[in-house]
Design a protein around this ligand. Structure first.
Ligand SMILES: NC(=O)c1ccc[n+]([C@@H]2O[C@H](COP(=O)([O-])OP(=O)(O)OC[C@H]3O[C@@H](n4cnc5c(N)ncnc54)[C@H](O)[C@@H]3O)[C@@H](O)[C@H]2O)c1
Length: 746
């Protein structure tokens, strides 16, 4: 009779010998973690305290020689350990408290590592953060080749550093360069990738995974006990290792220092110093470079781990980390939602086959995305040339992915073949969704939707990618207006993560929910937005870009404005962004918003001069900047100052003033959007601005930033600018009400 010991979420179980090894006497046990009431296993306080209580029992079993090897498993199919409990980390308020949290976790991992018998982490799902660190403290790691099994240390994406020994154990197992890559990018690996770099000892088939793990453990028991390396030796040398020996002990080798210095430079260029976690990771790794190529024990391990705990304490309570964790929770919430405010479950349309109408900039991008996600797509245009350009632009994106080894040549061809270019309506009767991306013209769009109604089946959803036209207006005259919805992608489609799902007056719940879910399936972040001019993002963006242009008119130079906003953390300055969008396109959108909302969004006349001079932006090589060569390198062209008759201001604008003028009107407009229920919550505005315009994530989003400034301060400063520059800065009533009531956005 096999022994079973139940300890809360943990179950310890002796495994009987298999038929083939009935004669063998190895005593293999499994330890299964299954946190009840949760979809995934997280390392919460309760889990950790149960584990702590279990450790002496494990040690006793070992000393009584009742156990030869222990396999750590998840009791949830397709899961392992998804990481630490982020709510717990979020609630920590002082660096000392955070350090202590890290120390507690490290101690448990040390005890696991020090057990007198080998341990094997058997991973069938996400082993992230703490889950990955738990595995690293095991003698061996085995992974299922199911794609859901992934390993990684994504802490850096949350403004954190690994705090349970990850920064110490990973470089020792896979070498410095591989470890830096994983810890600094937060990327995750599947079984094959993990095996190739020597992170795991084996990749096993998903079918019969547990049995194979037990078999593997029996087979490799002696080698594990002897401390032999069973994982592949990474191609990149383990720094500190010479001639294949894993015993050398190099401290601060010049190559290591060189690599660390190079990486530091790259991080600085990429983060512009806004994110402290990557630097802290480097500092921890830099100051714990001992014993590469072998497991650390004793004092060396304690010292190294203590340095990690201090690093964790430093970053875990920063505003930056709190903002990034909040953002993570927001996206998780979105993943669980179907986009309906009521939360009601409604029948959803199945979307497997699609049509994209229009093969231009957006149509080509949307078709590529659909094919990428294995959705069979017909792309229709009235011009053969446009179709050919659309296919070419899709191919270009796929080819880039082949180059980055994200796709094989075969997969690239298979995916590209999913896009069928057509000039007629053949095959339309079997599709589930049509996304319209033809030129921005209401009459044309209405005519096309009326035609489409006759060609598609009754359940087909019709979506428009319009950036400024009313969805409700497009519904007028349709037989089934309830199936028309806005699906607003951002340019470039392959890179921009946001989709605004626009609910027209007559759009049904079921269609909103279907497009919301479909957007997630495409790997995007959807937000449901009311049908109103500029929807959410373009309306706020217009107030931002408009004010930046007014600043130029007031005498702040184009490069200076961009420099200040880049320093604030925007991915590109507003002037460069205007060029990206197209100076002419921006001008049109601004005009529409001016007509809708009046004087406060009146466009500055300056851009009209740039358009009149034929400078349309990056697309034709000249806009507010000039774009040179095949790489379209941005350079400042003083000629543009002649065109706009630029006069540098005699009164010097401070950086704060430039930031205020660009950002405060956006906050003001966002307060109006909330009042008008363009979206339902401040968090949707923040998500929209981060995903749709690249508002710096570490600032937590536009309204979170407003809260940090203080609503009263925002109102007072707006009033100051209103006195100088008029109605564009007039504080909105909802914002003033908030200030009066001392009410924040969060
Ligand atoms: N470009 C952007 O940044 C952006 C971003 C979001 C949304 N949008 C919206 O997407 C839509 C398309 O914009 P774009 O930039 O791709 O325009 P585009 O000019 O690059 O492409 C439009 C395409 O539609 C085709 N077309 C015209 N009439 C057609 C018809 N009857 N049937 C089929 N195809 C037809 C044209 O031949 C052209 O290839 C517009 O509504 C625009 O507002 C654009």
């Amino acid at each position: 009779m096999n022994q079973v010991i139940d300890r809360g979420f943990f179950k310890l179980e002796e495994q009987s010998s298999s038929e083939s090894s009935r004669t063998s006497r190895e005593k293999i046990w499994t330890l299964t973690l299954n946190v009840s009431g949760e979809k995934v296993n997280k390392l919460s306080t309760k889990v950790m305290s149960q584990f702590k209580a279990l450790l002496p029992e494990l040690e006793a079993l070992g000393s009584e020689s009742k156990i030869d090897a222990l396999i750590l498993l998840s009791g949830k199919p397709g899961q392992f350990i998804a990481g630490a409990d982020l709510e717990l980390i979020q609630s920590v308020s002082s660096p000392e408290q955070a350090e202590e949290l890290s120390r507690e976790g490290q101690k448990l991992m040390d005890c696991w590592e020090d057990l007198s018998f080998p341990t094997v982490a058997a991973i069938e799902g996400p082993a992230l953060g703490g889950g990955c660190e738990f595995s690293l403290a095991s003698t061996a790691i085995l992974m299922s080749n199911d794609p859901v099994a992934r390993m990684g240390l994504p802490e850096v994406l949350l403004g954190l550093i690994p705090g349970m020994g990850g920064t110490i154990r990973l470089p020792r197992k896979i070498g410095l360069t591989g470890a830096l890559d994983l810890i600094l990018t937060g990327r995750t690996l599947n079984a094959n990738q993990a095996y190739q770099i020597g992170l795991i000892e084996g990749s096993l088939p998903q079918q019969g995974f547990k049995d194979s793990v037990i078999q593997w453990t029996r087979k490799n028991l002696q080698s594990m006990k002897a401390g032999n390396r069973l994982a592949k030796v990474p191609k990149m040398p383990l720094l500190g290792e010479v001639g294949g020996s894993f015993r050398s002990f190099f401290e601060k080798s010049p190559i290591q220092s060189l690599i660390l210095n190079q990486v530091q430079k790259r991080i600085l260029a990429k983060t512009k110093g806004h994110y402290p976690a990557p630097f802290e990771i480097l500092n921890v790794i830099r100051s714990t470079q001992v014993g590469y190529g072998e497991k650390l024990r004793g004092k060396a391990r304690s010292l190294a781990l203590e340095r990690e705990a201090q690093g964790f304490g430093k970053v875990a309570t920063t505003e930056i980390s709190k903002n990034l964790i909040r953002l993570f929770f927001l996206t998780e919430k979105m993943k669980k939602s179907n986009g309906l405010q009521s939360g009601l479950l409604v029948p959803e349309h199945r979307i497997e086959k699609a049509v994209v109408l229009g093969a231009g900039v957006m149509g080509g991008g949307i078709a590529q995305l659909f094919a990428e996600k294995e959705i069979s797509t017909r792309m229709k245009d009235v011009h053969l040339q446009a179709l050919s350009a659309g296919i070419q632009s899709a191919a270009k994106i796929f080819k880039k992915n082949v180059k980055k080894r994200k796709l094989t040549q075969r997969q690239y061809l298979q995916k590209l073949n999913l896009i069928a270019p057509v000039m007629d309506y053949s095959g339309f009767s079997s599709v589930d969704v049509v996304v319209e991306a033809v030129v921005e013209n209401m009459d044309l769009k209405k005519k096309l939707f009326a035609e489409l109604e006759e060609k598609v089946q009754i359940n087909c959803v019709m979506a428009s990618n319009t950036s400024s036209l009313s969805i409700s207006e497009m519904q007028v005259g349709l037989k089934y207006p309830d199936r028309l919805v806005g699906m607003h992608f951002f340019n470039p489609v392959s890179k921009m993560p946001l989709i605004e799902v626009i609910r027209g007056e007559k759009t049904s719940d079921s269609v909103v929910a279907s497009i919301f879910q479909f957007s997630k399936k495409l790997g995007k972040t959807p937000i449901v937005v009311k049908d109103s001019p500029g929807f959410l993002v373009n309306r706020l963006l217009a107030s931002y870009l408009n004010e930046a242009v007014y600043l130029v008119a007031d005498g702040v130079s184009i490069p200076e404005i961009d420099r200040i906003l880049l320093k604030f953390g925007m991915p590109m300055g507003p002037m460069e962004l205007i060029d990206e969008v197209g100076v002419d396109v921006g001008q049109k959108v601004s005009q529409i918003l001016y007509e809708a909302f009046g004087e406060r969004l009146k466009p500055c006349s300056l851009n009209a001069k740039v358009v009149a001079a034929g400078r349309l932006g990056k697309k034709n090589g000249k806009g507010l900047y000039e774009y040179q060569g095949s790489q379209k390198t941005k350079v400042f062209d003083p000629k543009v100052e002649e065109i706009i008759e630029f006069k540098s201001s005699p009164s010097i604008f401070s950086e704060e003033e430039v930031l205020d003028r660009c950002l405060l009107p956006m906050i003001n407009e966002a307060a109006r959007c909330l009042e008008e229920e363009i979206v339902q919550s401040a968090s949707e505005i923040d998500l929209g601005m981060i995903m749709g315009m690249g508002f710096p994530p570490f600032r937590g989003g536009l309204l979170r930033f407003a809260d940090t400034l203080g609503i009263d301060t925002v109102v007072q400063r707006l009033k100051k600018y209103q006195a100088k520059s008029g109605v564009r800065f007039e504080p909105s009533i909802p914002l003033m009400k908030r200030a009066q009531n001392g009410q924040k956005f969060y």
